[in-house]
Design a binder for this molecule. Structure first.
Ligand code: BMA
Length: 913
């Protein structure tokens, strides 16, 4: 037998052996068979509960609250639920198999948030952290022989608990801004910070057992968590394993460790070793390491590089005298991830440090967005379908990174598993956002348990790229947003610079950590965890950039700054009118300033800003006021979604073309990250989101899928609309040879191509951005006509004519200065249902053919209530006929689809009612 075969058969035997091994036993207390009930404090409201779940879910299931929690003013009208105290109760019998185990624990992966847990009248805890797992030994007071055990989880209103904590020891800000319609003192309690209200979401703090709950029985030893650090060595990988154990007694001092590493197709290797159990901080652990030959595994790469994301199952089993005592399975990938922060000019740090992610030794431009919780109610945010849709939408749009934002929750294991599979790197914030936080021992104890538990749960995922202490607090504390005292700064440094940072470095010495997001990076660390000068640097670390002026021309790339890594930027738009129609009565939509519309806008001056940004580029002055009339609300909404896409898109493309740019005097440039705010939405409201709360892509998400494609064109118009610098950008690992740039010139009045210019690019370098055409538009393209009536499309093609990029639309003026005297006549020519291709995620496929008689800007196809997405949308149509596909998420028939489908363009939205 060859060596490989021996490995293979041993591997199979080993897996078989393990699956029959009797390790710990679990009794699920959240299964259908276990009946739970809920009641409020004065017992006036009660019913059946679902666990895992939460009070909003239960009240909806019982018909006490409507299915639409946010209907009209539901966010405030349903707030009584959050202010009451809810108790969940069950009776269960312990299986005799579990009872036979020497040790029995009661475990819950999550309680929301402040709870007293009692079992048969014995208090297990006063729990007060949404983000931690709780494990309590319970064997002594469990009832056996089929007698019922009574488990009670009594929650205290998180709002009331937070208010009491503030009374005891105030930490600021005391409240979210008034226009959030939120609740106060969320910083006093370890819960989802956005659940008390945010500038894109409602306040509706829930209560309940939001994660799994179970009994666990074992003899001798059990494995609580396992960490794997994968490190690169000369010709191999070193895998370091640390397993955190729980021992029933102190008898076991040494065990045999078996490790099995396998891909889905084949076994890679086993490692066996006797190891001693040691104690660190009174916690028993074992550690081991083994080497994996380089050629026996494949590299994991981020999405969008024409590379794959191979993953390997890894099983650890502990045994004594050939009897398996405990085992645990995880999945890992082989890659290195570093955050490179070195002087951009040798020996001169005054010009700043680089700030980029390096994967497998290659600098990676981070493209993506910020992930806010899939639902503002934590128990609803764990729905795997929700995560799958948002993550797939990100991957399909070419994103390689998402930031799990610090005001939400640490996401489910399923979420990170999917990111591993899709190649989406995760920038993981710890859940602290835009507030000061207490630093008393009790609070710090909670933070420590939370940080330790989170790192141990997530660290092994190939997708985990960066840990970050919090959202925006470095700048906020430095700029004294709420408290200018020295003590506030000291407390901040204690919590983030010491407690959290020290713990993360101890628990995960391999993954990069930044104190805050944004941060001045290493400079901040060297400054003592708060910048000595100003935060929000453009030449150190990452930054957040928001254009909050009112009259900027979002089409002009000169208005956007230059930074090393922009982890937030973006613009609001209004939600689809169809969403609002489902959430309110017509009367609320009959006045632009209605109470309903104003209450949905949580940003001060937000609506005025959306209006201004939209009007600067898209509204003809003469008709501007008409957009405030209710009858034109849908037109205004459409224009707001265009201007959001334009602003975010032009800014993102600027980031991409700056990856090789460096200004030696200011130190600016070398931009290596672009993550707009924000990927998703939690309700129908004006927001920065690109995917609405029902999963429908807004124009922004369609635009970003072209902008974040592996190869892109980026046009700089900073010297004015009649001067262009065209950049070809590539995030591919290999060079491209003989690429053709094709520039077409059109007049708005006709589909005829006025001019075509083709430029051969001999070599388009890998991982680069370079100018391929530059100059005065008229001379470059030999245009005789007036620029006001002209626009360009630009496309990169391979030498066989195959498109490398979609055509990019480049206007030579803001659209409100074009005279669209005749509106393009857009038609749906035909719709054909096709056989669904290989992707089982989508259930039906339609091919749509549309036609036009004139170039049509920002063509928008809409399938209304049919869930799914188009192959492209929000584009400029320059062909007389054109085909697009629609991928439906549910089985849909042709006539249904035809009935729903509509098409319009920007020009339809400037024809006033
Ligand atoms: C940043 C984010 C969020 C906020 C967004 C838009 O502050 O971190 O807090 O929602 O900007 O204002």
């Amino acid at each position: 037998m060859e060596r490989r075969d021996i490995f293979l058969s041993f591997g199979l035997f080993f897996l078989l052996f393990l699956s029959f091994g009797q390790t710990s036993l679990i009794q699920d207390l959240g299964s259908e068979a276990v009946k739970w009930t809920f009641e409020n404090k004065n017992k006036s409201v009660s019913g059946k509960a679902t666990v895992p779940g939460g009070i909003f879910n239960d009240l909806q299931n019982e018909g006490i609250l409507s299915g639409q929690l946010f209907y009209r003013f539901g966010d405030t009208e349903n707030r009584w639920v959050s202010k009451d105290h809810w108790t969940f109760r069950t009776e269960f019998k312990v299986s005799s198999e579990i009872f036979d185990k020497n040790k029995i624990n009661f475990i819950t992966d999550g309680l929301n948030t402040v709870a007293t847990v009692t079992l048969n009248g014995v208090k297990l805890c006063g729990c007060k952290n949404l983000f931690t797992r709780f494990v309590f030994p319970v064997k002594n007071f469990l009832k056996k022989d089929g007698s019922p055990n009574i488990l009670e989880v009594a929650f205290e209103s998180t709002i009331k608990y937070a208010a009491n904590k503030f009374e005891e020891n105030p930490v600021y800000p005391s409240c979210v801004p008034e226009y959030f319609n939120g609740e106060c003192h969320v910083n006093m309690v370890r819960t989802m910070q956005a659940s008390f209200g945010w500038d894109w979401g409602p306040a509706l703090p829930s209560q309940g057992i939001w994660k799994n709950v179970r009994l666990e029985g074992y003899d001798g030893i059990t494995i609580r968590d396992v960490k794997y650090y994968v490190e690169r060595e000369q010709n191999s990988w070193k895998v370091n394993v640390i397993a955190f154990l729980e021992l029933e007694d102190n008898q076991t001092k040494e065990v045999d460790v078996y490790i099995n590493l396998a891909s889905n197709e084949r076994n890679v290797l086993q490692h066996t070793e006797p190891v001693k159990i040691i104690e660190i901080n009174k916690e028993p652990i074992i550690s081991s390491s083994f080497s994996v030959p380089e050629e026996s595994v494949e590299l994991w790469w981020p999405n969008g590089m024409n590379k794959s994301q191979p993953l390997y199952n890894i099983i650890i089993a502990l045994s004594k005298n050939d009897k398996i005592l405990a085992s645990k399975t995880n999945r890992i990938g082989f890659r290195t991830i570093k955050l490179i922060q070195v002087p951009v000019v040798k020996r001169d740090s005054s010009k700043g440090l680089t700030f980029h992610i390096e994967v497998n030794g290659y600098p990676i431009f981070a493209k993506g967005s910020n992930y806010v919780p899939g639902n503002i109610i934590p128990e609803k945010s764990t729905d795997p379908k929700l995560a799958e849709h948002l993550l797939r939408s990100s991957a399909e749009a070419g994103y390689n990174m998402l930031r799990v934002w610090g005001g939400g929750v640490y996401e489910t294991d399923y979420f990170y598993d999917l990111c591993d599979e899709l190649g989406i790197m995760i920038w993981q914030d710890f859940m602290f956002a835009n507030s000061l936080y207490p630093v008393d021992d009790d609070f710090l104890g909670e933070v420590q348990r939370e940080v330790r538990g989170t790192v141990r749960r997530l660290q092994h995922h190939a997708c985990i790229a960066i840990w970050a202490g919090n959202n925006e607090m470095e700048g906020a504390v430095q700029d004294s947003w709420w408290d200018s005292s020295e003590q506030a700064k000291k407390n901040y440094i204690k919590l983030f610079g010491h407690v959290i940072r020290d713990l993360v470095l101890e628990e995960d010495p391999v993954t990069p950590f930044v104190v805050s997001s944004p941060t001045n990076g290493l400079k901040t660390v060297n400054d003592g965890y708060l910048p000595q000068e100003s935060a929000w640097s453009e030449i150190f670390g990452d930054t957040h950039v928001y254009k909050y002026g009112y009259s900027e021309d979002l089409m002009e790339s000169g208005i956007y700054g230059i930074a090393r890594f922009v982890s937030e930027y973006g613009y609001q738009s209004f939600p689809f009118l169809s969403n609002w129609r489902k959430e309110t009565i017509e009367e609320d939509l009959s006045d632009f300033n209605s109470k309903f519309i104003s209450r949905r806008q949580h940003q001060a001056g937000g609506t005025q800003r959306v209006f201004a940004q939209t009007s600067t580029i898209l509204m003809h002055k003469s008709s501007e006021s008409k957009y405030r009339e209710a009858k034109n609300l849908d037109k205004f909404i459409f224009l707001s979604q265009i201007s959001q896409s334009v602003g975010t898109g032009v800014e993102a493309l600027k980031h991409r073309r700056l990856r090789n740019f460096f200004n030696a005097s200011s130190g600016q440039g070398l931009t290596m990250g672009s993550m707009y705010w924000q990927l998703n939405d939690v309700w129908a409201a004006p927001s920065w989101g690109g995917i609405d709360h029902e999963g429908k892509w807004k124009m922004l998400h369609y635009h970003m899928s072209k902008i974040f494609a592996p190869v892109a064109i980026s046009v700089d118009n900073e010297k004015g609309f009649n001067h262009i610098s065209v950049y070809a950008v590539s995030d591919l690992l290999e060079d491209l040879q003989n690429v053709e740039l094709e520039v077409k010139v059109y007049n708005w009045g006709s589909l005829e191509i006025v001019k075509i210019k083709k430029i051969n690019i001999e070599i388009m370098g890998n991982l680069s951005a370079a100018v391929v055409l530059e100059g005065d538009v008229k001379n470059l393209l030999h245009i005789d006509s007036k620029l006001e009536s002209t626009f360009l499309t630009l496309q990169l093609k391979e030498n066989d004519g195959k498109a490398l990029t979609g055509p990019y639309f480049h206007p030579l003026q803001t659209l409100n200065s074009v005279n669209f005297s005749i509106i393009p006549d857009l038609k749906i020519l035909q719709v054909v249902k096709k056989n669904m291709a290989s992707d089982p995620y989508y259930k039906s496929l339609f091919e749509i053919e549309i036609s036009t008689n004139k170039p049509a800007p920002y063509v928008w196809l809409d399938a209304r209530e049919i869930k799914g997405r188009f192959s492209e949308n929000g584009f400029v149509l320059t062909d007389a006929t054109y085909k697009i596909e629609f991928l439906a998420l549910e089985e849909t028939n042709e006539s249904e689809f035809k009935k729903a489908l509509t098409v319009q363009s920007y020009c339809d939205a400037i024809t006033m009612l």
